[in-house]
Write a protein that binds this ligand. Structure first.
Ligand code: UDX
Length: 442
C-alpha cells in the first residue's frame, strides 16, 4: 500500500504573532514551512535567528527548525510558493487585519496576498485563512483568487482560526483545546487533516468555512464577555462588601460556567479581544443585527480602566505633582506587547491629572517607550517605587509576587498600594503596613 505523505510543503504569509508562531510550530510538527513577509528587515533578522517578538520558547524553536531544514524565510509570496523548487501545497494567510476607525477590520493586506497567491500558484493549492477575519472573508479571498487566476489552477479556500494566547503561544499551538477547520471540499479537508495529524491529542472540528470563521469571533467575544461580567460583579462587591475571589470560585465550580477567565482586574487589553469584539459588533451590524451585548461588554471594559485612577484619587486627593509608581505595563504577563494595554489609558489619565509617573516592567519597557510619553522608566521595581506617594500594580508578573516589601516600605513616601490584579492577600499587605486596595475585595 502506498504510504501517505506526512510532510507537507507549507507557505505562511505574514510573520507577525500568529504567522511566526504558527509557521514555526507547523515546522516543529514535521512540515516544510517557508515564512514570508514583505518587511525585508524582519526577514533578514529572522534569517540571522533574531526574533522580532518576545514569546517564551519561540526563539529556540525557530533556530532548531531552521537547523533541521524544516523552516525557511522568504521576502515574497512568489519565492515562498516555490522556495528551492519545492511547491507549497497549502498557503496560510496570517497578515495583519488592523481595526479601522469605525471598528471594522481592514482587510486590504489579505486581498493583496490573495492576488499574489493567484498569480504565482502553479498547481492545486489550499489557501488557508489564519488571521482573525470577519465571516465571509474566505468568500472574498475565493473571488479575488479567481479574478487573478488566469491559468485556471485548481484551488480551495479554507478557514483555520488560531486560538493561541500571547505568552503561551507555542504551547497553545502544540496543545490546542481544538483544531477548527472550515472547508468546502473533501480534497481540502484531506490536506488540512494531514497537516494537523501530528497533533493527535487535540480534537479536530471540521465545519463549513463560514462557521469556522464565526467560531473564532464568537469564542473571543464570549471570553471578553466573561471578563466584563466578572468585573461588573466586582463593582457590586465593592458596593456591598462581598468578595469577588469567593464569588468567582463559587461560580467557577459549576462545570457549565468553568473557572477560567473569571479574574477581576483593570479590564482586558491586547491586540485580540478589543479588536475582535469591535469587529464582531460591526459585522453583526452589517448584517442588520444589533449585538448590543458586545457594546456593553466593551463599555464595562472601558469603565474598568478608570477603576485604578479613581482609587488613586481616593487616596491622594489632588494628583498634581504627586508621584505614582506603576509596576507592570504589558497588557498581561509574559509578553512585551503593549497594544491596547490598559496601562496606556491609566497612565494617560494619571498624567492628565498632573501626576508624575515612574514605571517599570520586566520586558515591555522598550515597546512602552514608543507609546508612553512623559513617563520616567525605572530599571527595577525598587528604583521605580522610590519616593512614591502611591504604587499601582497593573500587570501580574511573577517577579512582583516575590518583591521585598520591607525594602519597598523603606523606599516609598507613603505606603499606598493599589493592586489592579488582585495579586496579593489583603490581610497580609495591611499587616505589613500598606494601605492596600484591590478589585472587588473587602
Ligand atoms: C486571546 C485569546 O485568549 C486567544 O485565544 C486568541 O487567539 C487571542 O486573544 P491574548 O490576547 O494573548 O489571547 O490574551 P489572554 O490571555 O486571553 O488575555 C486577554 C486579556 O484579558 C488580558 O488583558 C488579560 O489580563 C485579561 N484577562 C484574562 C482578565 O482580565 N481576566 C481573566 O480572567 C482573563
Amino acid at each position: 500500500m502506498k504510504k501517505m505523505k506526512s510532510r507537507i510543503n507549507i507557505c505562511m504569509i505574514g510573520t507577525g504573532y500568529v504567522g511566526l508562531v504558527s509557521g514555526t510550530c507547523l515546522a516543529e510538527i514535521g512540515h516544510r514551512v517557508v515564512c514570508v513577509d514583505n518587511d525585508g528587515r524582519k526577514i533578514n533578522y529572522l534569517k540571522k535567528g533574531i526574533i522580532p517578538i518576545y514569546e517564551e520558547g519561540l526563539e529556540a524553536l525557530v533556530n532548531k527548525n531552521v537547523k533541521k531544514g524544516n523552516l525557511f524565510f522568504a521576502n515574497s509570496v512568489k519565492e515562498g510558493l516555490h522556495h528551492n523548487k519545492q511547491r507549497a501545497e497549502a498557503v496560510f494567510i496570517a497578515v495583519g487585519t488592523p481595526p479601522r476607525d469605525d471598528g471594522s477590520a481592514d482587510l486590504s493586506a489579505v486581498e493583496k496576498v490573495a492576488e499574489e497567491i493567484a498569480k504565482n500558484m502553479t498547481d492545486y493549492t489550499v489557501v488557508v485563512e489564519k488571521s482573525t477575519v470577519p465571516v465571509e472573508t474566505c468568500l472574498w479571498i475565493e473571488k479575488t483568487v479567481n479574478r487573478f487566476n488566469k491559468r485556471n489552477i485548481p484551488f480551495d479556500v479554507a478557514s483555520n482560526p488560531e486560538f493561541l494566547r500571547e505568552g503561551s503561544a507555542v504551547w497553545d499551538f502544540l496543545n490546542p483545546d481544538r483544531v477548527v477547520i472550515g472547508v468546502s471540499s473533501k480534497r481540502a479537508e484531506s490536506l488540512m487533516r494531514k497537516i494537523y495529524a501530528p497533533l493527535k491529542k487535540s480534537p479536530m472540528l471540521i465545519t463549513d468555512v463560514k462557521s469556522a470563521e464565526l467560531i473564532k469571533h464568537a469564542s473571543n467575544s464570549f471570553l471578553s464577555t466573561k471578563i466584563s461580567f466578572i468585573n461588573a460583579v466586582a463593582n457590586i462587591c465593592e458596593k456591598t462588601g462581598a468578595n469577588i475571589d469567593d464569588i468567582a470560585k463559587g461560580m467557577g465550580l459549576d462545570k457549565r460556567i468553568g473557572s477560567s477567565f473569571l479574574k477581576a482586574g483593570i479590564g482586558f487589553g491586547g491586540f485580540c479581544f478589543p479588536k475582535d469584539l469591535e469587529a464582531f459588533y460591526w459585522l453583526a451590524k452589517q448584517k442588520d443585527y444589533d449585538f448590543e451585548l458586545l457594546k456593553n461588554v466593551k463599555d464595562i471594559n472601558e469603565q474598568q480602566k478608570n477603576w485604578m485612577v479613581k482609587r488613586v484619587e481616593e487616596e491622594l486627593w489632588n494628583l498634581s505633582g504627586k508621584r505614582v509608581a506603576v509596576l507592570g505595563l504589558a497588557f498581561k504577563p509574559n509578553t512585551d506587547d503593549m497594544r491596547f494595554a490598559p496601562s496606556i489609558n491609566i497612565i494617560g489619565s494619571l498624567k492628565k491629572l498632573g501626576a508624575k509617573v515612574k514605571a517599570y516592567d520586566p520586558v515591555a519597557i522598550k515597546n512602552a517607550k514608543k507609546v508612553l510619553k512623559g513617563v520616567e522608566f525605572a530599571p527595577d521595581p525598587y528604583s521605580c517605587v522610590k519616593n512614591a506617594d502611591c504604587i499601582c500594580l497593573l500587570t501580574e508578573w511573577d517577579e512582583f509576587k516575590r518583591l521585598n516589601f520591607k525594602k519597598i516600605l523603606s523606599l516609598v513616601r507613603h505606603p499606598i498600594l493599589i493592586d489592579g490584579r488582585n495579586l496579593y492577600v489583603p490581610q497580609v499587605m495591611r499587616k505589613m503596613g500598606f494601605t492596600y486596595k484591590s478589585v472587588g475585595r473587602p
